[in-house]
Design a protein around this ligand. Structure first.
Ligand code: ATP
Length: 355
């Protein structure tokens, strides 16, 4: 359970390469025992940020503190932290046991004690005991990942950093390990800071998700907050396609679309004449037959349909606009391309975001 004391504090942290700010002023407190994931597209500065946290780079400006101590220039091996990454850096000709015991050997722990601890860590990462003497190169990708994780825990770090550790694994294994990592986080009580470009991965595992764009942290919050209250269209679109409308606030307090129609949204504070982007997720739009209490109703024609497995997505054309509607397959039986349909959504599902 996370307490309120920050273990890591970042104050206006920047990393400048030449005249380019790869990390451009990050402020965040990470609490003891938290699982924080930073997501962002390629080049947004995630790796650079993590390298500063792990001690492989120093910030150009700002402060990083660990339990209140300034660590800006403390090298990686002098920090009570450990980095787990995709290219695992395991010792290829050694056994699983030798790999896991490496940090313990460096600390001169006696052999018998080392082995007991290694076996304990193997249990924790769900590796069978028989793997202790197995050459690590004969392990599968997922097993190697578990070995790397057990070795990271052998350092007994205060904070574990993860740099896309699952990105090389196949989808099914990735899904299994995501949940196992979350379980491991719970069981160990350690602070985890994880970076990935996959929001899906971030959502499954994390207490809080930070979204990075161009060196800045655009938003940080619980998965629920990031999903239901995205600060910007960029954050909203990280979850996949959205319906978005550029709108202007009218005298009735609604948001005018510019084609004579308006979108009704839940009350927000903007003044008349203000412009904004309103997004509506495809899964909160629904097909309406008969009388409806939906705040917004639009009639259009289904141009195409896409199967997403258990869900279906429809492209609906209405005037100049294209709407995306997504629903459970079972809820849309009998609806198909070419049909004229009415789609509806509620004011509370129309989210006003910044530009
Ligand atoms: P990816 O998901 O592709 O790994 P990222 O979000 O981790 O991307 P970074 O690797 O942190 O992004 O890179 C951020 C930006 O900083 C990129 O434009 C990159 O080219 C630049 N950059 C990173 N390291 C250096 C360096 N040593 N010298 C110059 N520019 C760098």
């Amino acid at each position: 359970q996370a307490t309120t004391a920050p273990v890591l504090q970042l104050v206006d942290v920047r990393k400048i390469f030449g005249d380019f700010a790869a990390v451009d002023g990050i402020n965040v407190d990470i609490k003891e025992g938290e699982f924080v994931t930073i997501v962002g597209p390629s080049g947004s500065g995630k790796t650079t940020l993590l390298r500063m946290l792990a001690g492989m780079e120093s910030p150009s400006q700002g402060y990083i503190t660990l339990r209140g101590e300034l660590i800006n220039d403390v090298p990686a091996d002098k920090r009570p932290t450990c980095l787990v990454f995709q290219s695992l850096a395991l010792f290829p000709h050694k056994t699983v046991g030798e790999n896991i015991e490496f940090p313990l050997k460096v600390r001169k722990m006696p052999a018998a004690e080392r082995k007991a601890r290694a076996l304990e860590l193997m249990r924790m990462v769900r590796l069978p005991e028989s793997y202790y003497s197995k050459n690590v190169m004969r392990c599968s990708g997922g097993e190697k990942q578990r070995v790397a994780l057990a070795r990271a825990f052998a350092y007994d770090p205060d904070v574990l950093f993860f740099d896309e550790p699952l990105s090389a694994l196949d989808y099914k294994l990735k899904k299994v390990l995501e949940k196992e990592l979350k379980d491991l986080h719970r069981e160990s009580g350690k602070t985890f800071v994880y970076i990935t470009h996959s929001l899906e991965e971030a959502m499954v595992m994390s207490d809080r998700v930070g979204v990075m764009s161009r060196g800045r942290l655009v938003q940080i919050g619980t998965p629920e907050e990031i999903y239901t209250k995205p600060a910007t269209r960029f954050v909203a679109e990280f979850f996949g396609e959205v319906n978005s409308f550029e709108v202007k606030r009218d005298g009735d307090g609604d948001w005018a679309l510019g084609d004579g129609r308006a979108i009704i949204v839940a009350p927000v504070g903007e003044a008349i004449g203000d412009t904004a982007t309103v997004i509506v997720r495809p899964e909160t739009m629904r097909f309406v037959t008969g009388p409806s209490s939906a705040d917004n109703l639009i009639t259009g024609k289904i141009y195409n349909e896409y199967s997403l497995g258990s869900r279906m997505q429809y492209q609906v054309h209405s005037g100049e606009r294209i709407y995306l509607v997504e629903a459970a397959r079972t809820a849309v039986a009998g609806i198909s391309a070419g049909d004229t349909v009415t789609i509806g959504w509620d004011a509370s599902d129309a989210i006003v975001v910044g530009d």
